[in-house]
Ligand binder design. Structure first.
Ligand SMILES: N[C@@H](CCC(=O)N[C@@H](CS)C(=O)NCC(=O)O)C(=O)O
Length: 224
């Protein structure tokens, strides 16, 4: 039995942890539990993640929640100097881009994808979708400018910094990104990596199998 267990259906932010585990070639068990009372908020799972949210991992008894803390932990544990940077400065830049992704763009991309793609067409709110695009415009310009200078966020190589930002904005691949061409080419490059394709296939399958009432619940619970 693998020591590492990743909890959360791949439609959720568990996609981020799954992508990292696949990049690292780890042996792991995926437990695709759902959100809500029958899943993450059931007592047996609340005892592991009291937030009642997904994802979380159990790595041989070490339990961790927050999707991007999980990717950073796995990368540092298994790939120091490659996917996880070796220098203090590159590590700090990784934290910078990780915090940036969570605070500047995570919510906006989620709102956009719900109201542009995931909710049934008749239930999409164009005002929310357009407001999300307005909120994303400034941070996307920042990311686009950073990627004009180099192929990846820390330089010439793909690292956990790229994985974290690309995973957070992965649903933006369906947006019109013509105003930010460096993001478009970088995001395409990141999402075409074999591990990303494998994780995206799991996510697409889960998306396709998600009933509309669950998508509605996601929008309601998270006020999106
Ligand atoms: N900051 C957390 C957010 C976790 C989160 O909101 N997960 C969503 C799924 S993507 C969830 O579990 N929502 C259901 C709920 O809150 O009950 C992370 O990145 O892990």
């Amino acid at each position: 039995m693998p020591a590492l267990r990743i909890y959360g259906i791949a439609r959720t932010r568990a996609f981020r942890a799954l992508w990292m585990a696949m990049e690292l070639g780890l042996d792991y068990e995926h437990l695709p539990i759902e959100i809500g009372a029958a899943g993450a908020r059931a007592p047996e799972f609340l005892s592991l993640n009291p937030n009642g949210r997904l994802p979380f991992i159990d790595d041989d008894g070490f339990v961790l929640f927050e999707s991007l803390a999980i990717t950073l932990y796995l990368a540092k544990k298994h790939s120091n100097g490659q996917l996880y940077p070796a220098s203090l400065e590159d590590e700090a830049k990784t934290w910078q881009w990780t915090s940036w992704a969570l605070t500047e763009v995570d919510r906006g991309v989620n709102i956009w994808s719900l109201h542009a793609v995931r909710l049934p067409a008749a239930e999409r709110d164009a005002a929310k979708r357009d407001e999300a695009l307005r909120v994303l415009a400034a941070p996307f310009k920042v990311l686009d400018a950073a990627l004009a200078r180099q192929s990846y966020l820390l330089g010439g190589d793909f690292t956990v910094a790229d994985l974290n930002v690309a995973a957070v904005i992965s649903r933006a691949i369906d947006m019109d990104l013509s105003a930010v061409p460096n993001i478009k080419s970088w995001l395409t490059r990141c999402l075409e990596r074999p591990a990303a394709r494998e994780a995206l296939a799991l996510k697409a399958k889960a998306d396709n199998e998600t009933p509309a009432e669950v998508t509605r619940r996601i929008a309601k619970i998270n006020r999106l």
